[in-house]
Design a protein around this ligand. Structure first.
Ligand code: NAP
Length: 290
């Protein structure tokens, strides 16, 4: 049970978390914080938060749990602004999609990674943003990765773990650098491909025809290109080393596939498709089983 919860960034992720904790009676009061009063008013109307503050230092006063749910590029600024109001009882966590950059931001603001800071990342979401996009049950049955470091107090990690488990998440721990590499390959690379594919097709002369005849597969593959550009701009830059590694790897393999097509090397093409199909089938089967 959390006494006072402060959500900084009451959008899709922060709003959905507050919604579920409140709905299940797992927190006393929820205080929201972001830049725009109208968004916070709306969050209050929707019953997602009980009160709000535009000043991060005031918002975190008296909080037992502070969740940073702003875009990655805003983390350092927000942590700097909230610091004077943070009490010693507060556990601080975040939901950012890359972990090393958030740890670096926290270390820069506090001089070292604070012992009550537990970096986290829920592997759940949608392509929609803002408080109106907040939904109940978003984390139910989904993984949340925590990346505590040597400085992190096990008790703080335990409290963050309890919070996520209480909203139905399956919580695991990972090294921050490993998290960033895995997510670069499984999430950040696919977003790059989807954005680039839609952009390439959109700039072709026959654009109207293209989109008219695009089938369900195109729709499935490109759904994530409807995600918020600011958020993905921040993720690409925050996780640039791991993402460049994944993109280089992809580019090399795409080059091999292009060469196989150019030279009519059916064996290589068929082997690639067969390998990928087997992996995709297994993934689909396992993710259905859970
Ligand atoms: P979102 O819906 O756009 O919400 C972001 C919130 O942050 C908004 O309420 C915005 O409100 C506030 N905000 C933005 N800049 C701010 C600043 N400088 N100071 C204070 N508040 C600020 O975004 P989201 O999808 O929830 O993503 C939030 C975080 O979760 C990101 O770090 C992202 O990497 C991570 N994440 C996202 C997903 C996903 O699928 N979307 C999944 C996992 C993790 P105002 O405009 O009123 O300031």
């Amino acid at each position: 049970m959390i006494g006072r919860l402060c959500i900084v960034g009451v959008g899709l992720i922060g709003g959905s978390l507050a919604k579920d904790l409140k709905r299940r009676g797992l927190c006393g009061q929820v205080v929201g914080c972001s830049r725009k009063r109208e968004n916070l008013e709306r969050a209050r109307e929707l019953g997602i938060i009980d009160a709000y503050q535009l000043d991060p230092a005031k918002a975190v006063e008296g909080a037992d749990m502070v969740v940073l749910a702003v875009p990655l590029g805003a983390m350092a600024e927000v942590v700097t602004a909230m610091r004077p109001g943070l009490g010693t009882q507060a556990v601080l966590t975040d939901v950012g999609s890359a972990k090393r950059s958030v740890l670096e931001a926290a270390a820069a603001v506090f001089g070292a990674v604070p012992e009550n800071f537990v970096p986290g990342h829920p592997i759940a979401g949608t392509e929609h943003s803002g408080v109106e996009a907040a939904v109940e049950g978003l984390f139910d049955g989904h993984r949340v990765i925590l990346t505590p470091v040597a400085e992190t107090l096990p008790e703080a990690t335990g409290r963050v773990r309890d919070m996520w488990q209480a909203v139905g998440a399956d919580v695991l721990e990972m090294d921050p650098a490993h998290h960033d590499e895995v997510l670069a390959a499984t999430s950040h690379l696919p977003h790059m491909l989807a954005y680039t594919l839609v952009d390439v097709l959109g700039r072709m002369e026959e654009r109207v025809e293209m989109f008219r005849y695009a089938a369900g597969g195109f729709r499935d593959f490109t759904r994530i290109a409807s995600s918020d550009p600011q958020m993905w701009h921040d993720i690409c830059l925050a996780n640039r080393d791991a993402l460049i590694g994944a993109l280089d790897h992809f580019q090399a393999d795409l080059g091999t596939a292009i060469e196989a097509i150019r030279s009519g090397d059916g064996k290589t093409i068929k082997e690639l498709f067969a390998r990928a199909k087997a992996l995709r089938d297994r993934y689909a089967q396992e993710s259905e089983i859970g």
